[in-house]
Design a protein around this ligand. Structure first.
Ligand code: FES
Length: 200
């Protein structure tokens, strides 16, 4: 019998009214909307930390993503209002950079290096197995919001190929059995590597 890969993550949507506007550092422009409490908490500090100028756009986006894990619409709108820009402008800037995410990440993140060194040393198979088990493509999150699967071009540590990063922890020379142990140790039993003997 197949085990459930991960537990369901609760969404916890309880938005409430908040003025996200500002003029200067934290001043109100009088526009209220319902925003996510997490965004509210982040913005309360961010609006005092960042000047309301265009030069603050990238730093504020980075701050929001660091605090929230991604860039929800509420954060884009709060930043835009703080900077006196249109949300579409701020979103346009963010979408130019690969570092920014617009979808809520899973509770766990698995990143497989897709660089040449890692790929030829088994990274390609690791990614194939993970995609099959999780039933998602790189860049996507499982339907239950538990796991986000990612690929990067190169971690810059090719001597350790293939590399898999699990929840921020870098693991080098990973084979299928090691990946299974890693993911399982994190409380997420996977069937990865059950199909083929290679690396198991
Ligand atoms: S190719 Fe994977 S770390 Fe460089």
């Amino acid at each position: 019998m197949k085990k459930k890969l991960v537990k369901r993550v609760s969404s916890g949507k309880t938005g409430r009214a908040l003025n996200t506007g500002s003029q200067g550092n934290g001043g109100s422009v009088g526009s209220e909307s319902r925003i996510d409490p997490a965004v509210e908490k982040w913005f309360a500090e961010a609006k005092t930390e960042f000047s309301p100028s265009r030069s603050s756009t990238i730093p504020m986006l980075q701050s929001a993503q660091t605090a929230l894990g991604y860039l929800p619409r509420d954060a884009i709108r709060a930043i835009a209002r703080h900077l006196g820009s249109a949300p579409a402008v701020v979103e346009g800037v963010a979408s130019f950079y690969a570092q920014f995410r617009f979808e809520k990440p899973g509770r766990h993140r698995i990143t497989v290096c897709g660089g040449t060194a890692c790929y030829v040393r088994g990274g390609g198979k690791l990614m194939d197995d993970l995609q099959a088990d999780l039933k998602i493509a790189p860049g996507k999150t499982t339907a239950d919001g538990a796991v986000t699967l990612e690929s990067v071009a190169c971690f810059g540590a090719c001597a350790l190929a293939p590399i898999v990063v699990l929840d921020g922890k870098v693991n080098g020379r990973v084979n299928s059995a090691a990946l299974r142990a890693l993911v399982g140790a994190a409380g997420k039993p996977v069937r990865t590597a059950r199909r083929k003997k290679a690396g198991a």
